[in-house]
Design a protein around this ligand. Sequence first.
Ligand SMILES: *Cc1c(COP(=O)(O)O)cnc(C)c1O
Length: 387
Amino acid sequence: MTLDDAALQKFGFVPRPAKDRINIDPLQTGGKLTDEARRALVEWGDGYSVCDTCGGVLDLIKKPPIHALVHDALPEFLGVDQMRITHGARESKFAVMHSIASEGVYVVLDGLAHYSSTVAAQRARLNILKVPHSERPDYWIDLEGYGTAIEEVISQTGKKPALALLTYPDGSYGNLPDAKKIASVCHEYDVPLLLNCAYSVGRMPVNAKSIGADFIAGSGHKSMASSGPIGVLGINDDHGDYSDIVFRKSPTNPNKELEMLGCTARGATVMTMMASFPKVVERTRHWDKEVADARWFSQQLEDLGLTQMGERPHNHDLMFFEAPVFYDISKKIKKGRYFLYKELKAREIHGIKAGLTKFFKLSTYGVGREDLSYIVDSFDEIIQKYQ
Ligand SMILES: *Cc1c(COP(=O)(O)O)cnc(C)c1O
């Protein structure tokens, strides 16, 4: 077969139609580009576009000002001593796990940890013990569970775990446990804590120093209005010389950090993060308003017969709802599973997965009260229509 235009069309390699007017897909609300980032994407789109003045270390490049981003602006924003740009939150977690733990050692993960934390640990050949969470409706991680899990690892293996990880918030229910208390429990055992902030850094204020976290992983394409794949890894050296370990250099290529494979985001991705950064900083200052919107929206949906799972009152824009009203409708009608998706699509609302009715998650981040009201009205209309 030749790769002519017709063949490429057949594969579906054609420009994607614009997303619906309103987007509540949790994966996408915090990663939408600013106008500045959209321009940067085009301007810096050529391969290796940032490398003109590179002396061998990406984060030391002064023109464009990657040095200022990595060594001044982002460390201040994250509350860390050292940071690097990575290709995503998972690459940040892997770099930490791979460097501070050796094969067969345990890491302790919260029971709601994202799959990418699990595969990062597996790729680093580590063992995993999970801190349990409560069941429906709260799915709450018990703080003391970290102490119990650490003690269990010690009693079974004679060695403390190399790392504890907290997903902050978790990617299913949007719960925000008391990270500061968990950090101090971990430090009682001299175990460092990594905060997986894929859903928080870039949306809400998070400061590793004030929490007492040793490592912080963030996701540019999830929460920092960046075109990915791009992430951040921050290290706080208050409880150990962790940055020396994670950012250690090659014995043969003394410029090149091993865990970064020498160089990470060498093109447009880092430039979109830089271009969005001022607005990202600014938007985290209005987090109170986002939380108020999420709580308001949750209450409105509950009035329609849905139930919000997880922490209540909620403290994050990511929310999980059980929707028996929609599930009952789906059982009554033909091709029922897809009715909700189609009805929302017809109203230009994107983001609830096609085929889901019984429960789903969504995000209210940056949507604003007016469009949230429109979504509530749309849900109400859909319920009326089928009942
Ligand atoms: C999306 C997500 C990730 C993955 O982030 P990447 O930057 O794509 O690696 C990790 N953890 C949680 C909780 C997430 O929701």
